[in-house]
Design a protein around this ligand. Structure first.
Ligand code: IMP
Length: 421
């Protein structure tokens, strides 16, 4: 058995990955982020204090751990420095503890400008976080990007700016009229430089030496560029396959793939969401679950757990265990529903997640109904200590998904967890 675990969001992001990476990282040596950028918001509650991490892996709070940002991430350098400043009362990672891949691409002020411009001009906005994520990945794919290794070297950074300005009039105009943003972009380079290294080579060496590696996803499978609800997706692959590609690790080195799902569904941004609830139950989930974006504070759309989508996410990632999070949020609802299939006005019953947004938007969920519970699931840490209704809900998720639920989240804290493995 090798020593590499991946934790993947099995929904549209915001499944609560930060808390579980923090818990799982107790037994890890290294935690690595593999995609996305500061569009992510991983919330961790420690000793009654709340931290929202956007770029730094959620394992950073454990002093024994090393953290890595791998090649497939896009990095906003000045934001990364402010994040390091924000956590410094509790964690101060040194360059031997925080590895930033020289291969990772940089989000520049130009990319943020493009993201904002695209979203405001289009008839059909994606509802992006406007952090420049999509344009940074687009430039990477167009071979126009700036990698961290080049960014921290003054000469190659200047060369990149010159090349962009000579080939792109709009870039030139933007760069010459936004001195504050440009100055911040240049000045962050020296602060980042000590951390930039061949992170993938270090990660592979650590795996060879038998170190425990935990790979942390951001966003979620349904936002995957290929397999998600395109075009309402992010611009990379937040799946287990994406993790291997980003870290430069062969898939066979991975031993455990955790899929994390809330006991219900949320989504930020646009795009179809078959089990969305715009009624009192939706309002309950939003309020009790505090469902507001950790990065943008936008309200998240809420709905019942969707098994068609979850089974799809499990298949794409090869999840061999599930983390069922925020089950406490369902407490007090008299009846609970789980979508087991969809019904489409023309296509009839649908059991496999459709690729077309046009089809998905007309899908009506077919629900299995369960009894609710009134007792708050306590943080006893024991499965047997959970209310009967909660245990029944968990076994229903296992039956419908075909995957064992090995961890259950019963509240926001590190201690609000039942761990069955
Ligand atoms: P982008 O990643 O900012 O380009 O946004 C693309 C889509 O992904 C939008 O629907 C965003 O709301 C969504 N998204 C991006 N990051 C997150 C996240 O961390 N949680 C949930 N949704 C996200």
């Amino acid at each position: 058995m090798s020593n590499v675990s991946i934790l993947i969001g099995a929904q549209w992001g915001d499944e609560g990955k930060g808390k579980w990476v923090d818990i799982l990282s107790e037994k890890a040596d290294i935690v690595a982020r593999f995609q996305g950028g500061n569009n992510a918001g991983h919330t961790v509650h420690i000793d009654g204090r709340k931290f929202v991490l956007h770029q730094i892996p959620s394992g950073v709070f454990r002093p024994h751990l090393k953290s890595a940002i791998a090649a497939g991430v896009v990095v906003n350098p000045s934001q990364l420095l402010s994040e390091l400043g924000e956590i410094k009362t509790i964690a101060t990672p040194t360059p031997d503890k925080l590895w930033l891949s020289a291969r990772a691409h940089v989000i520049t002020p130009w990319h943020i400008h493009l993201d904002e411009r695209q979203e405001s001009r289009t008839q059909q906005p994606i509802g992006t976080t406007k952090r420049g994520i999509g344009p940074a990945y687009a430039d990477k794919a167009s071979r126009l990007g700036l990698r961290l290794g080049q960014y921290v070297d003054d000469r190659t950074r200047d060369k990149w700016v010159q090349k962009m300005a000579s080939e792109n009039e709009a870039f030139k105009a933007f760069w010459s009229t936004n001195p504050a943003a440009v100055e911040m972009f240049h000045s962050a380079a020296s602060g980042i430089k000590p951390f930039v290294c061949d992170a993938e080579a270090r990660l592979r060496k650590a795996v060879r030496e038998g170190k425990q590696l935990l790979i942390e996803g951001a966003q979620g499978t349904m936002l995957d560029l290929d397999h998600g609800t395109y075009p309402f997706v992010t611009s990379n692959s937040p799946t287990s396959g994406g993790a291997c590609a980003s870290l430069g690790l062969g898939p066979k080195t991975v031993s455990r793939i955790y899929g994390i799902t809330k006991a219900y569904v949320t989504r930020v941004g646009e795009g179809p969401m078959p089990t969305e609830l715009k009624d009192d139950v939706g309002a309950h989930l939003s309020k009790v679950g505090n469902e507001f974006g950790a990065t943008t504070r936008r309200p998240r759309r809420c709905g019942w757990l969707d098994m068609v989508a979850l089974r799809y996410a499990i298949a794409i990632n090869g999840c061999d265990r599930l983390i069922l999070n925020k089950i406490d949020v369902l407490t007090g609802l008299s009846e609970l529903k789980i979508a087991v299939s969809y019904r489409h006005p023309q296509l009839g019953t649908i059991e496999d997640f459709p690729w077309e947004p046009e089809v998905l938007k007309d899908c009506v969920p077919v629900y299995e109904t369960l009894a609710g519970w009134t007792d708050q699931p306590q943080a006893s840490g024991r499965f047997e200590g959970l209310p009967k209704g909660v245990r029944h809900y968990i076994s229903t998720v296992e039956r419908l998904s075909g995957v064992r639920v090995t961890m259950i989240g019963t509240g926001v804290g590190r201690e609000d967890a039942v761990i069955l493995e």
